[in-house]
Design a protein around this ligand. Sequence first.
Ligand code: HEC
Ligand code: HEC
Length: 258
Amino acid sequence: MFNKLSLHISVVVTVLLCLISSLISSADENPIPRLLVDTYRFEFGEVEEGIELKHTFKLTNGGTGLLLLNGAHSSCGCTVPKLTVNKLKPGESTDLLVVVDTAMKQGRLIKTVSVLSNDPSSPNLKLYLSMNVKNPHVGLSEEGRAKIFTSDKCNSCHVAKGNGLFGKDLYEADCAMCHGKQGLGAIGPQLLGPYENSAFKNGMETIASNGSPTHRSMPGFLVDAGGPLSKQQIDSILKYLADVSKQRYYPGKLMPKK
Ligand code: HEC
Ligand code: HEC
């Protein structure tokens, strides 16, 4: 009886020992890469609009296996990560440079960069860059509103992108920020309507060219009125708005998008 029991125990112990030793040896045979980073979040603080910001993250292989870096991506064209190596041996490090362009940005922003690797515990590691782009509109006076053509601080967003353009492209660069896509309205009124009616068309042309007599946010865009646009450019915008109106505005009301 006693002998049988001790036989059982020794069998169980042997099996356990085998299991443990096979686990240890399999860990040796399967070294694991680990992607470590010096910081997951970087704060730029308060920054100007229209500049390039740079930050370098330090990536390290803190594991036992070869780390394969399969690329770094960002969802925004304004944020470009540059990875120069694609492999790190255990203990090796590399720099990941990220450039963020604040052109046309305002206020609080958080940009994400994904680093793809063969680290089984985080194959898609997310890094965050945050910043506060100074809002050029805070505290704008009535007088100040008219400066979108004359001040360098305002030009970059409000008119520079429209230089030399016509029609839809010009509308999207110079007008859409206030009048919405396709002239459907935003902080400024919608601009669609019966352009085949010359009184209507002339009224729209007068305000686009010379500005609103009552509203500082709508300065005149024509060169003669101090704006950046030629008569041909203003005409090309009105032509674009007339074309959109044909599809989207039918006697007196907006049509649903086709
Ligand atoms: C970062 C890009 C950017 C810069 C720089 C910029 N604006 Fe704007 N602005 C916009 C956008 C986009 C809008 C559309 C409304 C909004 O989102 O606030 C706008 C709207 C406006 C409006 C209409 C809103 C209102 O309050 O009546 C005025 C006026 C204006 N901007 C003036 C200026 C002036 C003056 C400057 C320079 C001191 C300037 N902007 C600089 C992007 C910019
Ligand atoms: C900074 C903001 C802003 C920009 C940029 C802007 N507008 Fe305006 N626009 C306004 C506002 C606000 C009004 C309303 C003015 C009023 O109430 O008198 C307006 C009015 C108008 C009107 C008169 C609409 C009506 O029904 O009476 C026309 C036409 C117009 N804008 C055309 C344009 C065109 C074309 C561009 C681009 C070349 C442009 N706007 C760019 C803000 C803007």
